[in-house]
Design a protein around this ligand. Structure first.
Ligand SMILES: [Zn+2]
Length: 214
């Protein structure tokens, strides 16, 4: 089923959310935002799914989630009770993927999506289907939360510091490439290596290009 396009202004709104949430945490727009800090700010515990048992009476459900078929594919989910939320995250995934999972679940909260999983008053875990639209929105917003445009520019402009930056942002390689690409932060029209330019032309040609793209 094809996902309809995002509502007008959605991507800009996500960038604004990423900046606002950083400001609340005392961070500048380009600084790394750790999803666990954001979760704490919103009062949402993040629990590895294999440690969920003490948080619920649903031991059978937890065992199913952790040990059942497809457990490795499970990245994260939100459990809601009234206004309270708890995020479960798969600890067997890489730190970068866990960051994405937590950011995705927080995006549902920040975008005010209706919860997809809820613990009903009778203690049963119910699963409601998210619309593909809500999932697409949460995916996009999670990427913006982790690497808003100013951060994508840092990655694009400092390829020699990529490993160091990746470690401080705690994101996956794929997420960096994706965000640099979709934000247009990367070089739009990479010029030929300087050695390919004739003497005397290099400085002018490359200088002009860098002034615009730089
Ligand atoms: Zn989701």
């Amino acid at each position: 089923m094809a996902v309809p396009p995002f509502p007008h202004g959605f991507k800009t709104a996500c960038e604004a959310i990423a900046v606002e949430e950083r400001a609340i945490l005392g961070l500048r727009a380009w600084q790394p935002l750790h999803p666990l800090d954001l979760a704490a700010e919103h009062g949402v515990p993040v629990v590895p799914i294999d440690e969920l048992a003490p948080h619920t009476r649903l031991a059978g459900t937890v065992a199913h989630l952790v040990h059942g078929p497809g457990a490795a594919l499970l990245s994260g989910f939100t459990v809601c009770r009234g206004t309270r939320r708890l995020i479960g995250v798969n600890p067997s995934h890489t730190p970068g993927r866990q960051s994405s999972s937590v950011a995705h679940e927080l995006a549902h909260l920040l975008l005010e999506h209706a919860p997809d999983q809820a613990v009903a008053e009778d203690g049963l875990l119910t699963r409601r289907a998210w619309t593909p639209q809500a999932e697409a929105e949460a995916n996009w917003c999670a990427g913006v939360l982790l690497i808003p445009r100013p951060a994508a520019l840092r990655f694009a402009r400092n390829p020699h510091r990529r490993e160091e930056l990746q470690a401080s942002y705690r994101v996956s390689e794929e997420m960096i490439d994706y965000r640099v690409n979709v934000t247009g932060a990367g070089p739009r029209r990479p010029g030929p290596p300087l050695t390919d330019l004739g003497p005397g032309r290099g400085a002018t040609a490359s200088g002009g290009r860098m002034a615009r793209d730089g």
